[in-house]
Design a protein. Sequence first.
Length: 174
Amino acid sequence: MKLGEKIRYLREVEGSLRGLGRPMTQQEIVRAVRKELGKSISQSYLSQIEGGSRPHMTQSSRALLAKFFKVHPGFLVDDPEGYHTELTSDLRTTEGQLDVWLLQGSERFASDTEVSDVLMKCAREKNTRRCLLLLGTILETPGLADRLLEALRPELTANGSRRRPVVSEGRRIR
């Protein structure tokens, strides 16, 4: 994957993370970087990178965008010829593999925003593996998932369909 494709991909993921339901525009990235990191990068610079007329970034721009998108700076370079993301290297960590898998799942289920958001939250969790192990433990404990869902998300029934709470005199009745 080329650097420009990676930037477009990250804008798409960031838009999903921020609940936009669409990729962030280059201008939105510029404003968000300025607001959140107090640094600046120009929209024309991003456009040149994405368009391929500027095949490389300066070290400071790479570091700034890596910090903003929360990726390793080494991700923001062209992949070597013949590189395929589906190949697993022994050097890759379990956390990294899980995060990529969850991000891809989030994109795949973009039409179901709740599922997409949960997958994204898991990927952003510092210890992704522990997050998934916790989910496994909850699911193997009889009745725990239903009880937790009822306590934390009472608007959902056990079978996953939504139910509307009945409101009477300002109180919810289940």
